[in-house]
Design a protein around this ligand. Sequence first.
Ligand SMILES: NC(=O)c1ccc[n+]([C@@H]2O[C@H](COP(=O)([O-])OP(=O)(O)OC[C@H]3O[C@@H](n4cnc5c(N)ncnc54)[C@H](O)[C@@H]3O)[C@@H](O)[C@H]2O)c1
Length: 449
Amino acid sequence: MRVAIFGTGYVGLVTGACLAEVGNQVICVDIDVAKIEGLNEGRIPIFEPGLEDLVERNRVSGSLCFTTDAPTAIAFADIIFIAVGTPPDEDGSADLRYVLGVAREIGEHLAHYAVVVNKSTVPVGTADKVRAGLGKVLAERGVEVEFDVVSNPEFLKEGDAVKDCMKPDRIVIGSDSARAVRALKQLYAPFNRNHERMVLMDERSAELTKYAANAMLATKISFMNELANIAERVGADIESVRVGIGSDPRIGYSFIYPGIGYGGSCFPKDVQALGRTAGQVGYSTRILDAVEAVNYDQKGKLFELIARHFEGRLAGRTIALWGLSFKPNTDDMREAPSRTLIKSLLEAGAKIRAFDPEAREEAQRVIGEHADVVFADDAHDALNGADALAIVTEWKVFWSPDFAKLADALKEKVVFDGRNIFDPKAVEAAGIAYYGIGRGRSVARPEFA
Ligand SMILES: NC(=O)c1ccc[n+]([C@@H]2O[C@H](COP(=O)([O-])OP(=O)(O)OC[C@H]3O[C@@H](n4cnc5c(N)ncnc54)[C@H](O)[C@@H]3O)[C@@H](O)[C@H]2O)c1
């Protein structure tokens, strides 16, 4: 099938590459000239496992191409995806200017039937707005062209995006047009062989499904962080509690890790946007408000532990950070807890030596030049001259260090494990003080020594 994808970011690029891989002709469109130039020269703008090979193979074979030329892409495609960003507006609601901008652009150039598929995460009612915006421009042009607008929210996870796209848990399609659903069934057939993954519903339900999924996942994280804060105070180990509750199949093991708060480009903005949507219809979201409030505090948790250990005297101290991206296997720094920590450490007069396996460039871009922030070449280099180590992102490469070497490298011999990746006993056996999240040690409890 002939496909155009507007927005060549995490979602658009991965979707484009996967659709090309299974035999479609795909044009990815973006307004970012440098991004498109880079992609045409084989440079992938983001780190995502497996993506580079996939893009390169399909680019070279000619089934995937990149352009800033929207009219050509619109003229070419039977199916047009909108996969542009929906960042938070000043009040936290989703800013639809990019989505509606693409709708207008499609209206300006459409000359044949096309299915317009909204893949961006958008508030309930956006498909109607896209339809109206597109239709208005067609009317201004005085042309009559049939089109359908479908809601097809994306559920891929950064770090696993290619796998998620190739083997989705579900393909949610919101539409009441049989013609559009037929086209999408055909397009997604290669991803739908093993069992029926397509969930058909009305547009509004599809739009809400995406927010419901992210809000539920964010709730699980804040819930566990709240329990971790209780565990810390009562001398329990949240890691034991986690395994204890996860074994109940009604609860399950996934997504119940305590940590230093959720970040990334989706959960923070989507929880907020759902709250705003609810507010607009006169409903106040008590659970979601609490989820956000817990998360806000939790992002300050590592700094709180570090400041408490050093009794507030952080000026001149050097803290090594392992990990900067908001989660492993991505270089995405949007809303990353590392940013909150770095800001607080710098305000307290500390120096930072940070290492991340993939996010260095992106971190340098978002944090900017700062005399007290050094980006180290590897995990060991980050320890050079450091008083303490903080684990910020649980990249696999950090899980099993030589604790004896770590003890030699650290001046103060203390580790702040924001992701609970270490066994406290192994760390302490090397003579290093250990602080985790909710591990009953952050308040001095001698019986835990
Ligand atoms: N990142 C994720 O993990 C993820 C997962 C599921 C859903 N989503 C949702 O998908 C949407 C896209 O997210 P993303 O992370 O891929 O965003 P992104 O910021 O990585 O990419 C968006 C791209 O759209 C481009 N763009 C803006 N206006 C354009 C226009 N008029 N024409 C063409 N391109 C244009 C931007 O230049 C940018 O390259 C958002 O609504 C997001 O909430 C994201």
